[in-house]
Structure formats: C-alpha cells, structure tokens
Write a protein that binds this ligand. Structure first.
Ligand code: FA5
Length: 336
C-alpha cells in the first residue's frame, strides 16, 4: 500500500489534490480504514501482528502526507514571493507634487535680489495699531491724507494694516541705524474690488537709514531691483508724488522690454521717497532717545500682485486668490 500511495503522492501538484489522495487512504471510507476493519475477523494472535503492521503503515502514510503537504506549502509560498518581488528597473509611479504660489515666488525673488544688496528681510504684523499704521508715519487723525488709505477698522480701534509702512516705525523703534530692510507681507484695504484692486494684497516695503543716504541711492537700488526682475535692459524713472512719510516723494515706474511679445513699456510699480524728518521725530519720541535725530534714509513700497500681473500677463488680480488649479498650475515650473 505504501508504494502505491507513494506513486500517487509524489506527482501531486496541489494541496486539494493531496487532500483527495489522503482521503482515499486514510479517510473514514479509505483503503487503510477498510483494512483495519478486517482485523475483527482475525484470530487474536494474527490480529496483534496484522494490527501492528497496519499501524506502522498508517504512521508511514501520515509522514508521507505531512512531508508532501509541507513541500507544497513551501512551493506555494515561494511562487507567491517570486510573483510579488520588486522589479527595480520598472519606471516609478509619478505622484503629484505641490508648488509655490506665484506671489510667493515673486516675494522670494525680491528677497533674493535685496539680500544680494545687503538687506535684511523682516516680517511685520497684519493687525496694527493706529499709532504705527498712521500717526508714527506723520499721518495724524485730522490729516486729510488718511483718506488715501481706505481702512478696515477692528472694534477695538486697531486696524488691518493698509500698507507695510508701519514696519518702518517698528523697526526703527527697536534697532539703531545704519540698516537696510525689506518687509514683504499682506496688506488690506476697504476697496471696491476690480481687476486691479483687491481688499487683500501684498506689498514689499524697503527702508534704508544711515547718515549719508541720498535720493540717488534710492534710484540705484530700485534700478538694481528692476534689472533683477525684468532683465539688464530695465531702468527706473520717477514721477513726483505725495506721501506724508516721505519728502520728496516719487512714484516709480520700471522700463521692461518683454522678450515674449517684443514690446517695451513703462510700468508703474509703487511709491518711494526720502524719509520725512517728522517720521524720525516720531521715532525719537517712541524710543525716548535721539538716535534717529539727523539721520537720513529712503523708503519705498510696491505692490507684489502688480509685478506678477505685469511679468506674467495675468489679466485680473482676483485670479491669485480664487485657488483655481488651472490658473495656479501655469506658474509651477520654470517661469523664464
Ligand atoms: C503705499 O501704500 C505706500 N505705503 C508706499 C510707500 C512706501 C511710499 C514707502 C513711500 C515710501 P500706495 O497706496 O500707492 O502706497 O500703494 C503702493 C502699491 O500697492 C501700489 O502702487 C499698488 O501696486 C499696490 N496697491 C495699492 N492698493 C492696492 C489694491 N487695492 N490692490 C492691489 N494692489 C494695490
């Protein structure tokens, strides 16, 4: 029986097949069980001998089945491992990455340009007091110039900063001259929103203070920025203007030769001027010392969205904040 069983067990190729063979020999109605049932018909002596022989066969058969079962299980495991093994030469699955917002990229570009000119990049706060947003900048409450900035007032009398200029006073209050800083950040105005005006937008403020600073330093600095943003052929021109915290004041435009369209244009970017002596006086009052008496400096402020709209031909400022991926994705890769 053992040899017969071996002939069937050895070629078995699956566990269900092996199970069938096992039932055939060891099952309730199996061949060995049938043999065992015949023991009753034998004499006690024969039964003893035959019984012992059948038990040995049973043990041997069980060992044969157990070994084969193990062998089949191992083979199945190996096949599974082989089929699941990693082929490192296959191309990977592409996964989506995020990207920086166009405005963040422009702020970063501006920060890089100004760091190259020895400027520190500092951040201000978006909720400001009237003191820093207006009074310290020579805009007392009775001054008609306050109307230049349509303001969001909080119920506690504070404001959402209407420009990044409050950091001029805050920085001078905390640090001594000479220094050069730029302040990028969000600003808010109670405006009727249209294609070029938002209620929330971004500005970059610049302030340089030192004994011998002149208007030509301001022009040279803005020109470096223009070249960094719009290429070596870019230049800057001033137009007389008015800001309560600068005297003289000038709006500035940059010249841009657009290589894509072949057009050259002058583009208004922001306001600037020499720091008004009254601002230094206000800072002396805040500091309770005279460190800023007799100092000179220049300041400027520009709209970041304006730069983005000009440089990348974005026709409507509202696109920046609608978070439409079709718009945002256009500015993810190399922008040149
Ligand atoms: C100012 O806010 C001054 N603080 C700038 C300044 C700083 C002058 C330092 C002198 C010295 P103005 O209100 O013009 O200035 O705003 C500056 C720039 O911000 C504008 O040229 C424009 O590009 C942008 N801007 C102003 N209002 C909005 C708005 N509602 N939406 C989008 N951009 C705006």
């Amino acid at each position: 029986m053992i040899n017969e069983a071996k002939l069937e067990i050895t070629p078995a190729s699956s566990l269900p097949e092996l199970q069938e063979i096992k039932v055939k020999y060891l099952g309730k109605k199996g061949l060995l069980t049938a043999e065992l049932k015949t023991l009753g018909n034998l004499s006690p002596d024969d039964r003893k001998i035959r019984g012992a022989a059948l038990n040995m066969i049973k043990t041997e058969l069980e060992a044969l089945f157990d070994n084969k079962e193990l062998e089949l299980k191992n083979a199945a495991l190996e096949a599974k491992l082989a089929s699941e093994s990693l082929d490192v030469t296959l191309p990977g699955t592409a996964f989506q990455t995020g990207g920086f917002h166009l405005l963040t990229r422009i702020i970063d570009d501006l920060a890089t340009i100004y760091k190259g000119l020895g400027y520190q990049v500092v951040q201000g706060q978006e909720v400001e007091t009237e003191l820093y947003n207006f009074d310290a900048l020579n805009i007392p409450s009775w001054h008609p110039a306050r109307d230049l900035w349509d303001t969001f007032w909080l119920t506690d009398g504070r404001v959402l900063r209407t420009h990044t200029s409050p950091m001029q006073a805050r920085f001078m209050e905390a640090f001594e001259p000479p220094f050069r800083i730029v302040v990028p950040g969000k600003t808010y105005r109670f405006e009727a929103v249209d294609a070029t005006h938002e209620a929330m937008f971004h500005q970059l403020e610049g302030l340089a203070v030192g004994k011998n600073i002149t208007m030509s330093d301001l022009k040279g600095t803005l020109e470096e920025m223009a070249k960094g943003l719009f290429g070596e052929t870019s230049k800057v021109r001033f137009q007389p203007s008015y800001y309560p915290f600068t005297e003289p004041s000038a709006d500035f435009a940059v010249y841009w030769e657009n290589k894509r369209t072949g057009q050259a244009k002058w583009l208004e970017l922001g306001g600037s001027g020499m720091v008004h002596p009254r601002v230094f006086e206000e800072v002396c009052k805040l500091r309770k010392d005279e460190v800023y008496a007799g100092q000179r400096g220049f300041a400027f402020g520009l709209g970041i969205e304006r730069v983005a709209m000009i440089k990348y031909g974005v026709p409507d400022i509202r696109y920046f904040f609608q978070n439409d991926l079709r718009v945002l994705k256009q500015f993810r890769g190399n922008l040149e």
